[in-house]
Structures are given as C-alpha cells and as structure tokens.
Design a protein around this ligand. Structure first.
Ligand code: RP5
Length: 217
C-alpha cells in the first residue's frame, strides 16, 4: 500500500460481510503501529513523496456497541459516518441484560486496546450506555433506539444517569447515531489534526449541499 500523506492518514477500509462481528473499518492515528516500527508521527514520514505503508492492524479508536442485531439499521449510520471520516472503528452487539459479563469485559478492556470513544445504542430499558460507562473512564455516547414507545423510554433510560457516571446522550434514532459519530470524531479531533481536517471537509460539503439545494419552484 502506498501512502501519499502521513502515516496517520493511511486508511484501511474493510467492509465486512458480517458487520456485527467486531469488524474494524477505516484507519487513522496508528500510534501503536508507528511505535512498533520505532517511529513517531512526523519522523521518517514524508508528506510529499510516497511512503511504503505496510497494512497495519488498525487500532479502532471508536467502538460502536448495540444492544441487539435489530439496532443495526439505526447504528449503521454511526459506522458509515465514521467510515466517511476515515476514523478507525469497530462494531459489535453486546447487551447489558443478555450478555452482562461480556459487556463488562468489553468496557473494562476497551481503553487498554486503544479505543478512545465508545458509542452505545440501545432501545427500551436501555441500560447499555450506562453500564458501559460504569466500567470505563472513556467518554461514552448513548444513542436511544426508536422503540415501541417511539424511543422515549430509550431516551430517558440512556440520558437520566445519576450524577457521577456521565453518558453523553444524542437524539433518538438515525440522527442520534450520525451525530454520535460526529461528536466522537470531534472529541478525537482535539488531539488529531487529520480527523479535524476530515471534520472540516465534512462540514464544508454539508454547507455546500444546503446552499446549492434545488427547490421544485
Ligand atoms: C435492547 O432491546 C436492544 O438495544 C433493542 O433495541 C431492544 C430490542 O431487542 P430485540 O428484542 O430486537 O433483540 O436491548
């Protein structure tokens, strides 16, 4: 793979046939990979000439967890947005109620694996984001899934955390999933120029689309 910019931009976008099986997509900021080569960002990396960029095992910076496979149609918008921004991510089904031990294990080990933001989507009695937040210091963004009660149950059970363990809760449904991804990218952008640039490009394109929108009249 040839990389024409910095190593942090080398991108591996891997679309899995089974998107719910802990797949990793997109890639930026492979500090662990750089370290394994004895390099640090900015050293030995040309921004102008092609650099051999061995395919790294991308460290997912954002983990997208959902309480059920049935949440995928909502949560895929988070995955797709992160993919568009080139932010390495992983997606997985874990349930606070149905797989409590695996959920706890995931949350306890996420930071050590290099994850920096967790997005958790769940519906109904949606405890997933709160349970994950209880077991990690990482920022956790909650997405309330549209439910049989229009998602109001999901919204309240995700947002109404008692003081001490925060969950940053987004809007119900697709908009919340998309915004969770954008907010995760914004958190990462405070210390990653590449992601910041990608966010700026995203915003610019979005503004252009609004300004050039054609109306029927
Ligand atoms: C929650 O229960 C999930 O997040 C999902 O939104 C909801 C219903 O799950 P299924 O019965 O569709 O598996 O845990």
């Amino acid at each position: 793979m040839l990389c024409f910019e910095s190593v942090s931009r080398c991108c591996r976008v891997e679309r899995s046939e089974t998107p719910l099986n802990y797949s990793i997509r997109g890639a930026t900021n492979n500090q662990g990979f750089l370290a394994s080569l004895g390099m640090t960002a900015g050293l030995g990396v040309s921004r102008k000439r092609p650099t051999i960029c061995p395919m790294p095992e991308s460290t997912p910076l954002v983990a997208i967890i959902m309480g059920s496979k049935s949440d995928w149609e909502t949560m895929r918008h988070a995955v797709e947005t992160l993919d568009e921004l080139g932010v390495a991510n992983e997606a997985r089904v874990l349930s606070a109620h149905r797989t409590p031990d695996a959920t706890t294990e995931f949350a306890r080990t996420a930071a050590d694996r290099g994850v920096r933001v967790i997005i958790a989507g769940a519906g109904g009695a949606a405890h997933l984001a709160g349970v994950i937040a209880a077991h990690t210091w990482l920022p956790v963004l909650g997405v309330p899934i549209q439910s049989k009660l229009q998602g109001l149950d999901s919204l309240l059970s995700t947002a109404q955390m008692p003081g001490g363990i925060p969950v940053g809760t987004l809007a119900i449904g697709e908009a919340g999933a998309k915004n969770a991804a954008l907010l995760a990218a914004a958190i990462l952008a405070t210390s990653d120029k590449t992601i910041r640039h990608q966010l700026e490009v995203f915003r610019k394109k979005q503004s252009e689309a609004v300004l050039t929108a054609k109306l029927p009249k």
